[in-house]
Design a protein around this ligand. Structure first.
Ligand code: SF4
Length: 474
């Protein structure tokens, strides 16, 4: 196993919720910032990057070799959740699925020749939208095409996951997915409170959710992950704790608790949420604090950036042994994989480059039908980007920056190269968020929830206007 980062020192690890959650500090540092699923962030992507540049990046990826991570985006949803900020197509017309499946199969056939055969697919993820908007046969068609073009693992050792909307799946669906090779599921829950569900137009019963989880366990899925959102209309600390208690009883292996970012000017569905119905920032903080406490009592560990996991989950293990990574799918145990993404709006990370497909279904169809990759924009990392990406991933995944590791990899002297960034961290050191030493930056327990702020010191693209594009830290 390759160790990429030095794990945090024991005294930098949190022991109790009280150490993690300092309301006064969180309030003071609460500002907009990237979630760093990539560095640089997608804001830097530009339309001078296209198919030709991708054809340069793919051979570089082959030179490095190694396994691949595949992402498939299915954009359709039957109904719209008002909080949604995803790239999706809301439609009740299931007839729209087959032409899209045909296009995805075409794109897989276009992508595959660019990558050396023999590169195993260690990680596969289907996201959306709602992947199970597709029929069983349509899902089968995409998986079979994937297997024809890429080296899918058939021994169940890959990490093959799919996002599930429990309103669009039942025990039969779960059995089909297992047969197709999926072994992890991630379920959107958000909140079980009926008033909250009505306000966000997502009515989803506890029974529907439980049915899917029970089916996944019966089918020997390796892991179940649940997503919750705090900051939705009509939520209170008490109501959210009731949801959390139900969720804890369902015993997911991983849990994400995302902060709702209300940006109605950017995301149209959010205009149907009345700002007056949103919890106050004090209430949101109380929800967050209560959630951390409750989850820690239940034995979960904070991985960082809204993610919790059982201590024996591969994410928690990867964090403790220094192999955790972060990419467009969030935290990952597959640091070494290039990510090939297919479908509208999907983002690949191949060799030195990021590339994003068009978000438009018609443009997507026209491109793949004409034998062109549907790339709309992208970005080639500079040598400096590589250094900063390493630093940010190290901090966000392991809460530690080991200067010697950066020097070994990039041949730079960290204190002089990052003099400005380290100076920016001084006030955070004074507030007990980080410990600065001649050889390292260690994120202390009270800095864990503010890890975005700490990473932002190393981001050379941030400016006040650009920050408005991102959600708030808390
Ligand atoms: S939250 Fe998920 S299910 Fe709801 S509209 Fe967005 S993508 Fe579709």
């Amino acid at each position: 196993m390759t160790t990429f980062f030095t794990p945090a020192t024991p005294d930098a690890l949190p022991t109790a919720a009280a150490n993690l959650f300092e309301p006064e500090l969180i309030r003071r540092y609460d500002k907009s910032g990237p979630r760093y699923t990539s560095y640089p962030t997608a804001v830097q992507f530009h339309d001078e990057f296209g198919e030709a540049q991708y054809h340069v990046a793919a051979p570089r990826s082959n030179e490095a070799g190694g396994p691949l991570s595949l992402y498939v985006h299915i954009p359709f949803c039957d109904t719209v959740c008002y909080y949604c900020a995803c790239n999706k197509v809301v439609t009740k017309d299931r007839g729209r699925a087959q032409p899209y499946v045909d296009d995805v199969v075409r794109e897989l056939a276009l992508q595959a020749p660019l990558f050396d055969t023999g590169r195993p697919v260690d990680q596969l993820h289907w996201g959306g939208g709602t992947p199970t908007f597709l029929s069983d046969d349509q899902m089968r068609e995409i998986m079979q095409a994937t297997g024809r073009h890429f080296e899918l693992k058939t021994d169940d050792t890959g990490e093959y996951s799919i996002e599930i909307d429990p309103r669009e799946a039942d025990a039969h669906t779960i059995a089909v997915l297992r047969e197709l090779g999926f072994n992890r599921i991630s379920l959107g829950v958000q909140d079980f409170d009926p008033t909250v569900q009505k306000a966000v137009n997502r009515i989803q019963s506890i029974a529907e959710t439980r049915t899917v989880i029970d089916a996944a366990r019966a089918e020997a899925f390796h892991g179940v992950s649940l997503d919750l959102i705090y900051g939705l209309p009509f939520q209170s600390r008490d109501s959210f704790m009731r949801t959390l208690d139900t969720v804890i009883e369902m015993a997911p292996d991983r849990l994400s608790i995302f902060n709702y970012a209300h940006l109605p000017t950017r995301f149209k569905p959010q205009r149907r949420i009345d700002t007056d119905d949103l919890p106050t920032s004090a209430e949101k903080l109380a929800i967050l604090g209560g959630s951390i406490e409750r989850l820690q009592e239940a034995g979960y560990v904070l991985i960082g950036m809204d993610h919790f996991a059982r201590p024996d989950d591969p994410l928690a293990i990867a964090q403790s042994n220094g192999t955790l990574h972060r990419n467009f799918q969030g935290y990952s145990t597959h640091a070494e994989c290039d990510m090939v993404a297919v479908g509208v709006s999907s983002i690949s990370q191949v060799g030195d480059a990021f590339s994003q497909n068009t978000k438009d279904l018609i443009a997507y169809h026209e491109a793949v039908s004409a034998g062109r990759l549907p790339i709309e924009r992208g970005y080639v990392l500079t040598p400096e980007d590589h250094i900063r990406r390493f630093v940010i991933v190290s901090l966000i995944s392991h809460f530690r920056l080991d200067f010697a590791a950066v020097t070994r990899r990039f041949g730079i002297d960290v204190p002089s190269h990052f003099a400005d960034a380290l100076a920016q961290l001084q006030p955070m050191a004074a507030d007990g968020l980080v410990r600065l030493s001649p050889n390292s930056v260690d994120v202390l327990p009270r800095g864990r929830l503010l890890i975005r702020n700490i990473c932002m010191a190393f981001d050379e693209y941030l400016n006040p206007e650009g920050l408005q594009r991102f959600s708030r830290v808390i």
